[in-house]
Design a protein. Structure first.
Length: 202
C-alpha cells in the first residue's frame, strides 16, 4: 500500500520538478531585473518544495488505491464505506475513530490516516517560510486551513469523502512544519539565510 503512494508521489512530483526547471531562465531574468539572485541551494529547495506540493496534490485528490486497485480491493478501509464518499462536518468524529483503531488490530490504518494527514502537509509549513519571506505562525496556520479546505472542496466533486477532521489534521501538519522551520532557523540561521533570494552587487 505504501509503495503505491510512493510511486504516485514521485510519479507526479518528479515530472513537476522537470517542468518547473524549464522556467529557470525566465525566473533568473526576472530576479536579475530586481537586482536579486537565487542560489543553487535555494533552487534545490524550490525543487523539493515543488515535488512535495504536486506529489501531495496527487495523493490527496486521486489517491493510490484509485490508481492501482480500485476502492473495492482496498484493505485499509476496513469496511468503512463512509471514507469513500460523503461529508463529515462533526469535529473530532474521525479523529476519535483513529484513536480507537490505535487500541485495536487496525493500528496500521490509524497510523496511515492520522499521521499521514499531518505528515503530508508538514513540508508545506517548512518550505514556504524557508523559501519566502513574510510568513508568521498566524499566516501559516490560515494558509494550511485554507489550502486543506480547498482540497476537501475539490474532493467532494471527485466523489471523495470530505471531512472537517482532515482540515484540522492538515492544518496541524502545516503548523508542525512551521515549528520545525523555527527550530532549524534558530539553530542554523546562516544556513537558513542561504535559501532566500540575495541582492546582486549593483
Amino acid at each position: 500500500m505504501i509503495e503505491y503512494y510512493l510511486r504516485q508521489f514521485f510519479g507526479v512530483g518528479i515530472p513537476a520538478v522537470i517542468l518547473f526547471s524549464c522556467f529557470f531562465p525566465y525566473r533568473r531574468t526576472s530576479l536579475a531585473g530586481r537586482n536579486l539572485y537565487s542560489s543553487p541551494l535555494r533552487e534545490a529547495g524550490l525543487a523539493v518544495f515543488v515535488m512535495c506540493l504536486f506529489g501531495l496534490l496527487a495523493m490527496v485528490l486521486w489517491p493510490a488505491y484509485r490508481w492501482e486497485e480500485g476502492t473495492h480491493n482496498l484493505v485499509i478501509l476496513n469496511g468503512r464505506k463512509e471514507l469513500l464518499d460523503g461529508v463529515n462536518l462533526i469535529p473530532f468524529r474521525m479523529i476519535s475513530e483513529y484513536f480507537h483503531d490505535f487500541r485495536t488490530e487496525n493500528v496500521f490504518f490509524a497510523i496511515i490516516l492520522f499521521l499521514g494527514n499531518m505528515g503530508t502537509f508538514l513540508p508545506l509549513g517548512f518550505f514556504i517560510p524557508l523559501l519566502f519571506r513574510g510568513w508568521n505562525s498566524f499566516k501559516i496556520v490560515c494558509f494550511g486551513a485554507a489550502f486543506s479546505l480547498s482540497v476537501e472542496f475539490i474532493q467532494y466533486f471527485l466523489g471523495r469523502h470530505c471531512d472537517i477532521d482532515d482540515i484540522l489534521l492538515n492544518a496541524l501538519g502545516v503548523s508542525m512544519g512551521y515549528w520545525l522551520f523555527l527550530l532549524v532557523s534558530r539553530m542554523f540561521p546562516a544556513f537558513v539565510a542561504k535559501f532566500r533570494c540575495g541582492k546582486t552587487a549593483s
